[in-house]
Design a protein. Structure first.
Length: 262
């Protein structure tokens, strides 16, 4: 390596460079000192040993500075990468904790919950959903992996499965209907998760008194929201008598809602 050179005009033949060289790359030929660059390892010991400044650096200073700057930038870049990796690790741990908390909360719900992706695989399902399945599937859910990544097909009745498929591939918004499972009526609501390419579904047992009350109240309010504007427009067109009818409808609705909450 041609890092160092010998200035023989400056040299006083002390041979300290020759002595210092660990690989004997410095030669004395006809009273001149020279460096065999095929053997030189650029250790710099000859440069340090020479008291006459006869050993000089034979490299472009600008290039050396460029190498130093590049090395500094690489070091800084490596440090940034280490920091990013540490942040990513911390973020993954936080996400994992959040996922665990979410699964715990979902499992505590009395309402059956299941999420299904476009590949017809279960993303997660809570214990209430597992209890809707037949014995063999419940045994699978009791295993190490639960229902995650298992195919959703054949877990519920065919018409329910078709409803899920339509919700997954049509992106028509929330799907709501009543379905029968194990001779029990359930309110099924399917919500699209477009970003994840999946749906999450809730199955509410309509024989549960509290759930039934909540469901009926929600449906009444939904019907009112959909039709009240039309009633009000008719009242505006037909006059005071229809306006009175609107008030009566409101009164009936409030009465029903109050009864449900008792």
């Amino acid at each position: 390596m041609k890092i160092f050179a010998i200035n023989n005009a400056q040299c006083n033949q002390c041979k300290q460079c020759y002595i210092a060289c660990p690989v004997k790359a410095i030669k004395v030929i006809n009273n001149d000192i020279s460096i065999n660059y095929d053997e030189c390892i650029a250790c710099g010991l000859c440069f340090k040993a020479c008291k006459q400044a006869a050993v000089t650096i034979n490299v472009d200073t600008q290039k050396i500075n460029e190498y130093i700057e590049t090395a500094r930038q690489v070091k800084e870049q490596n440090k940034r990468i280490e920091n990013l990796e540490a942040e990513n690790k911390s973020l993954r741990q936080d996400i994992e904790k959040s996922d665990n908390r979410l699964h715990v909360l979902i499992n505590k719900l009395s309402v059956a919950v299941v999420a299904v992706n476009r590949n017809n695989r279960i993303l997660f399902a809570n214990e209430a959903f597992v209890q809707l399945l037949d014995y063999e599937l419940r045994q699978k859910a009791a295993g190490i992996t639960g229902l995650e990544n298992l195919p959703f097909e054949n877990m519920l009745k065919e018409d329910i499965h078709e409803t899920f498929q339509n919700a997954l591939h049509n992106d028509e918004g929330i799907t709501a209907m009543d379905v029968e499972i194990n001779h029990t009526l359930y309110g099924l609501s399917i919500y699209p998760l477009k970003k994840e390419g999946a749906v999450i579904a809730l199955l509410r047992n309509l024989s549960d008194i509290q759930i039934a009350r909540d469901e009926i109240e929600a449906r009444i309010n939904n019907v009112i929201d959909q039709n009240m504007a039309m009633v009000q427009n008719i009242g505006f067109l037909m006059g005071e008598e229809t306006a009175k009818t609107t008030k009566i409808l409101n009164s009936i609705t409030q009465s029903i809602t109050s009864g449900l909450k008792r």
